[in-house]
Design a binder for this molecule. Structure first.
Ligand SMILES: Cc1cc2nc3c(=O)[nH]c(=O)nc-3n(C[C@H](O)[C@H](O)[C@H](O)COP(=O)(O)OP(=O)(O)OC[C@H]3O[C@@H](n4cnc5c(N)ncnc54)[C@H](O)[C@@H]3O)c2cc1C
Length: 508
């Protein structure tokens, strides 16, 4: 009755969850129709493949996951001490991180609205806050002419302050009289006074800085009121520095705080999925080499233990990245082949720097968060765990496109040198000291993956084609979703395919 009253607008109702509805297949779906669950081969043991196997397994489907690498997870990779990382040309690193230190080489953050959160709850993966924006982190745009890094809080105070001053002046001088009534103007001016911490009309709405920018001496006891950071830059210099461009990032639907990470490493998600699927259903070191759609079912050839093997099933779900799938012989038709070759792989890379101290906390008051720069490292990430400990791991770059390609072309030690040189411009000489270990990843150079994610020139006929099965072969992955480069996209795509396959299997 309460729900009906809510629908009629007679009872207060919280907004319904905007998540796409999903009903996992159940064993009873089959018993009611007198059918039995089909046999399904899942190609690829990343998040999409494991999630598909997990959901189908709930209804008793006989699922086998074939994964080319010797571990599950795909792009969900957490590097720890002792892990080996081999690139396609054979260059191999051995991560030397100490016990308890790790780098999330792929995914590192989860937004609260994402389906990934539901899987963490369902699978018992403990979460902690991931700090995606931090007032104490820096912005440094050297190529835009900045001479020194500024704290996010300082940059925000100046940009919001000057924008507010300009808008207040324009409003007061009548420039917006066509758009605003006098009451609107009063309300807008009141808002801008707070938002930008600007002066009143009698001060010509001037922005003059203040405590929001930060302090050279923090407020203390007795008569120590604090000394606000001085030298407010001129309006023209603030806009020339481009610092304001960083702010829209945190407004994004996928990037807004709070965000989360699994405690101890992102690979807790594929590990929990693999356990729930059942390790006996997952074959690692099994590289698919041919896919043949049959009149009834599907036949897959793969290499395992130095031999070619064959598996047959009623259906198959291929979750390999499209540019990898495009290299595997199949009989799915020329239009499928050209569709698979359409999305363009995107380069991205990271370097993990383990320090023997936590200088960013003790010297800079930075407890998590991200520094942004127009240097080729693009972003520097401080750890969102282990606060106050005696060591920690900083991600010295997480960059994309041409910047990622430039680092990918180097040996690991040359990547390290280049990253340290850039980071030292922001953090000073301390950045080069007390490094205990490092490891870097170039995703275009990872076997069986060869890209961070893909970009579709447009979601046209090719995207539509691959969102449908070709005979008994289905496709899934973040690349078939509207959240590419997010595990959410992989989970949603897996759920979509599971739903479609299940409906078909029930019809027989
Ligand atoms: C640097 C980086 C940062 C990211 N950041 C985030 C983030 O913060 N949050 C987030 O949620 N997501 C993030 N993502 C995206 C996330 O990692 C992906 O969306 C997700 O992990 C993809 O899962 P998938 O199963 O669709 O594909 P994949 O993980 O690519 O799985 C495909 C699998 O197929 C296997 N395979 C390939 N060839 C064969 C073959 N011949 N035979 C058998 N198996 C084969 C591969 O080894 C792989 O395991 C990030 C990704 C990267 C690279």
């Amino acid at each position: 009755m309460f729900a009906t009253m809510g629908a009629l607008g007679l009872a207060p109702a919280a907004e319904a969850s905007p998540r796409v509805a999903f009903t996992p297949p159940r064993p009873s779906d089959f018993t009611l129709r007198g059918r039995s669950a089909a046999r399904v081969l899942v190609l690829g043991g990343g998040v999409a493949g494991l999630a598909a196997a997990y959901e189908l397994g709930k209804a008793g489907y006989r699922v086998t996951v074939l994964e080319a690498q010797d571990r599950v997870g795909g792009r969900n990779l957490t590097l720890r001490g002792g892990d080996r990382l081999t690139e396609i040309d054979g260059a191999t690193q051995r991560a030397g991180f100490s016990r308890g230190q790790y780098m999330n080489a792929g995914p590192a953050r989860i937004a609260q609205w994402m389906t990934t959160m539901d899987y963490c709850r369902e699978l018992g993966v403990p979460l902690e806050v991931f700090t995606n924006s931090n007032a104490e982190a820096y912005i440094y745009n050297e190529n835009a002419g900045m001479k020194a890094p500024v704290k996010w809080r300082t940059a925000k105070a100046d940009v919001y302050g000057y924008v507010s001053e300009l808008l207040a002046k324009a409003t007061d001088q009548g420039a917006l009289d066509k758009q605003l009534t006098s009451t609107d103007k009063e309300r807008l001016l009141a808002f801008l006074t707070d938002f930008g911490a600007i002066g009143r009309k009698t001060d010509d709405f001037a922005y003059k800085g203040g405590g929001r920018r930060g302090y050279t001496v923090d407020p203390g006891a007795g008569h120590v009121a604090g000394t606000p950071l001085g030298d407010v830059p001129a309006l023209a210099d603030v806009f020339a520095s481009g610092v304001g461009r960083a702010f829209s990032f945190e407004f994004g639907y996928s990037q807004a705080m709070l965000m989360f990470q699994p405690v101890g490493g992102m690979d807790a998600i594929p590990r929990a999925l693999a356990k729930a699927v059942g390790h006996h259903r997952i074959e690692t070191g099994a590289a698919v080499t041919q896919i043949t759609n049959l009149a009834r079912g599907v036949r897959v050839e793969y290499r395992s233990g130095g031999r070619t093997r064959v598996a047959e099933a009623d259906y198959c779900i291929a979750t390999l990245p499209p540019h990898i799938l495009a290299k595997i012989p199949h009989n799915l038709g020329a239009s499928v082949q050209s569709a698979l070759a359409t999305p363009v792989p995107v380069s991205t890379g990271k370097i993990g720097l383990e320090y023997r101290n936590r200088w960013w906390e003790t010297g800079h008051n930075i407890y998590g968060g991200i520094t942004n720069t127009d240097l080729d490292v693009s972003t520097i990430w401080y750890p969102s765990s282990g606060y106050g400990g005696d060591r920690g791991l900083v991600v010295g770059y997480y960059n994309f496109g041409g910047n990622a390609d430039a680092y990918a072309a180097l040996s690991h030690s040359a990547r390290l040198d280049r990253a340290l040189a850039a980071g030292a411009k922001i953090h000073g000489p301390e950045y080069r000291r007390n490094i205990a270990a490092s490891a870097s990843i170039a995703w275009r150079r990872q076997r069986h993956i060869e890209g961070g994610w893909v970009s579709w020139p447009s979601r046209g006929a090719e995207y539509a084609l691959l969102n449908r099965p070709a005979g008994n072969v289905y496709y899934a992955g973040d690349w078939l979703s509207y959240e590419i480069a997010w595990q959410h996209g992989s989970f949603e795509s897996a759920r979509k395919v599971v739903t479609e396959l299940h409906q078909r299997a029930l019809k027989g």
